[in-house]
Design a protein around this ligand. Structure first.
Ligand SMILES: *[C@@H]1O[C@H](CO)[C@@H](O)[C@H](O)[C@H]1NC(C)=O
Ligand SMILES: *[C@@H]1O[C@H](CO)[C@@H](O)[C@H](O)[C@H]1NC(C)=O
Ligand SMILES: *[C@@H]1O[C@H](CO)[C@@H](O)[C@H](O)[C@H]1NC(C)=O
Ligand SMILES: *[C@@H]1O[C@H](CO)[C@@H](O)[C@H](O)[C@H]1NC(C)=O
Ligand SMILES: *[C@@H]1O[C@H](CO)[C@@H](O)[C@H](O)[C@H]1NC(C)=O
Ligand SMILES: *[C@@H]1O[C@H](CO)[C@@H](O)[C@H](O)[C@H]1NC(C)=O
Ligand SMILES: *[C@@H]1O[C@H](CO)[C@@H](O)[C@H](O)[C@H]1NC(C)=O
Ligand SMILES: *[C@@H]1O[C@H](CO)[C@@H](O)[C@H](O)[C@H]1NC(C)=O
Length: 566
């Protein structure tokens, strides 16, 4: 019995000891709420159930006790007095759990033996929420800036805060991303507040990025702050100067200089540097207009940022110009034999070409007029072109001088009844042309480039030398031509062939057909010749044999001759 009881006691002690060791469970309670701390199942039918707690310094404090089928007697001090109770199955109910409640609770129950059951209590609290505070107004690219402060307030245990960009974790890399975490413990509640400050060096692609912070509590609950996006600012990286000008740009045009720079916010005011001479500051505009440009406007133009003069762009402006000066100009009068110096001065901004025309006919080079003659007279024009630009200048050359007869020709008409004399002369001003005989008709050609022709129709009755005389203010010229009598030839044609050859033969053909008429005409001429003055020329037209008609004819001939006179 003794042995048995001893053995039994040993067994109980052993099991009690065993239970004590094996039953150190951990119960997690939520801060502020009621926590049920279970005792061993075997305690359900215990005679006595008692709960104690570890005061922390090794001492134990009593909480409550219950005898079987009796009411709970709370024996705890002030701290627990109002917060503890016991369930029917001996679990300790602890309301308004606090962090200070954490620690070892012990359930002592007496069945046949006395057992102790230890429970480790842990009180957790999730943070109040996650919030980003002290947000940056804007983020400047490349400049590490405090993006914000994320706060997870009042938690236990302290939480770790993770920063997210577009829901992907940001890891501190000591360059662009720097995260500083601090944990503060409330001296009263013992709760931890975790603060995480994100120092962030933004990049261009962060413009629409969503930043947030999150945490996962030990209990497995996830918290994420609302997401924030930031204005990403960056200073100007590129600056460009645009020149808005007509093509080609010529004097009198307007030119707009337009400066464009990136950056956020983009710069709105600029300095324009005009050929390194002047600097113009333009506020709230990015253009500067140069009106009425001249050749002096050509040069280098720049624009730069007001606050960062090293950010600048430049462009060259070239104003095209083409000035020509032709000497002589207008109308020039020169005498034959003189020289005319032609001087074309071109002032151009680039390479140019010169084209010459005389009376709208292309010349292959600039004319060289060293010894003027009448054929040099005319309208000279030069055109100078440079790209799309072109200028023209011209002068009219009048070559003056005493007239010269170039040719004096005779030509017998087809019917052989009259001869046409042609006097070709050059001279300026227009020469007067006179003949030594009166023709039946005369015709004067146009006076072009100092050239003129004058024709008269004559019916020679005798071999004669005819003079053509031309004259103007500068002098005169005269030439003669021998004309043989048509009527001699008619007669002689019958006997022998004249040196006139083919033409005479043709005339003979006509004459033979009119043989009878010719005889009559010859007779009437005989009569007429005797009456008329010696050496004068009369027409043979419409002659008849009657003496009355002769008189009429004479009058008519006189009339015709007058008309024909030059
Ligand atoms: C005590 O009873 C409650 C229900 O009233 C139960 O949830 C709990 O697990 C029981 N405790 C033990 C140790 O049996
Ligand atoms: C303890 O619980 C019992 C029921 O289990 C209840 O009647 C009693 O009022 C409670 N006491 C306290 C102080 O809450
Ligand atoms: C917080 O981070 C530290 C270090 O990274 C880690 O040791 C700890 O377990 C983390 N705590 C939680 C609650 O995640
Ligand atoms: C343009 O400038 C020229 C001189 O450079 C001047 O003679 C002319 O009057 C100006 N024209 C206008 C419209 O201002
Ligand atoms: C006039 O001059 C041109 C060239 O200078 C020459 O070809 C022409 O023969 C000249 N004419 C006369 C009539 O001298
Ligand atoms: C030509 O006619 C005019 C007027 O009729 C006259 O005066 C002149 O003498 C005539 N000339 C000759 C050469 O017959
Ligand atoms: C006219 O000249 C021709 C030669 O040209 C000559 O044969 C003829 O006899 C001359 N006539 C007169 C009337 O002199
Ligand atoms: C015209 O004839 C005369 C002689 O009758 C002669 O001397 C003269 O040279 C001739 N003139 C011409 C241009 O042929």
């Amino acid at each position: 019995m003794h042995l048995l009881s001893t053995g039994c006691l040993c067994a109980i002690l052993f099991t009690a000891l065993l239970r004590q060791v094996s039953s150190l469970d951990t119960v997690i309670g939520l801060y502020g709420e009621t926590l049920e701390i279970p005792c061993n199942k075997e305690a359900t039918n215990a005679e006595i159930t008692k709960w104690k707690y570890d005061k922390g310094d090794g001492d134990a404090g009593d909480l409550l006790v219950r005898r079987k089928n009796q009411n709970v007697i709370v024996i705890a001090g002030d701290e627990y007095k109002s917060r503890v109770n016991l369930t029917s199955n001996s679990s300790l109910l602890l309301s308004a759990a606090k962090l200070s409640d954490q620690g070892k609770f012990t359930c002592i129950f007496v069945t046949e033996d006395i057992d102790e059951y230890h429970v480790n209590v842990v009180i957790y609290k999730t943070p109040v929420g996650l919030e980003i505070l002290e947000k940056a107004v804007e983020l400047e690219i490349g400049k590490q800036t405090k993006l914000g402060k994320c706060i997870a307030e009042d938690s236990n245990p302290a939480v770790n805060i993770t920063w997210l960009k577009n829901n992907k974790p940001l890891l501190a890399d000591r360059q662009g991303i720097n995260i500083q975490d601090t944990v503060q413990v409330d001296p009263v509640t013992g709760l931890s507040t975790t603060t995480s400050v994100l120092m962030y060096s933004a990049q261009k692609e962060d413009t629409d990025a969503e930043f947030s912070c999150s945490t996962e509590h030990s209990l497995g609950q996830k918290f994420t702050s609302s997401s924030e996006s930031f204005t990403i600012t960056y200073s100007t990286e590129n600056i460009m100067l645009q020149v808005i000008a007509p093509e080609p740009l010529v004097e009198g045009d307007n030119v707009i200089l337009k400066c464009e720079a990136d950056g956020n916010p983009a710069p709105t005011s600029f300095n324009f540097h005009l050929k390194g001479e002047t600097t113009v500051t333009v506020e709230n505009d990015n253009t500067y207009t140069i009106t009425n440009v001249s050749r002096g406007t050509s040069g280098e133009y720049k624009c730069s940022l007001i606050d960062n003069p090293t950010m600048k762009a430049s462009k060259d402006i070239t104003v095209n110009y083409l000035d020509i000066n032709l000497s002589p100009s207008g109308s020039v009068e020169k005498k034959t034999g003189e020289a005319l110096a032609i001087n074309l001065k071109v002032d151009a901004s680039g390479e140019y070409k010169v084209y010459w025309t005389k009376d709208n006919v292309k010349l292959d080079k600039q004319p060289s007029l060293t010894k003027l003659n009448y054929s040099d007279a005319g309208f000279y024009e030069c055109e100078v072109t440079m790209g799309a630009l072109s200028e023209k200048a011209s002068f009219e050359l009048i070559v003056q001088g005493a007239p010269v007869i170039k040719r004096l020709l005779k030509q017998r008409s087809n019917d052989g009844r009259h001869e046409v004399l042609n006097c070709e002369a050059e001279g300026f001003p227009k020469p007067a042309i006179s003949w030594s005989v009166n023709g039946t008709s005369s015709e004067e050609g146009a006076f072009v480039n100092g050239k003129i022709t004058h024709k008269i129709t004559v019916v020679p009755t005798a071999n004669l030398t005819v003079y053509c005389t031309v004259s103007n203010d500068y002098g005169s010229d005269s030439k003669d031509i021998n004309v043989s009598s048509l009527f001699e030839e008619v007669r002689m044609d019958k006997r022998d062939q004249s040196e006139d050859g083919d033409q005479t033969k043709m005339v003979v053909g006509v004459i033979v057909g009119l043989l009878v008429a010719a005889l009559v005409i010859g007779l009437s001429y005989w009569v007429y010749m005797r009456k008329s003055k010696q050496g004068s020329w009369k027409t043979g037209e419409k002659e008849s044999g009657s003496s009355e008609e002769e008189k009429k004819l004479e009058e008519k001939v006189e009339e015709n001759s007058q008309k024909a006179e030059v």
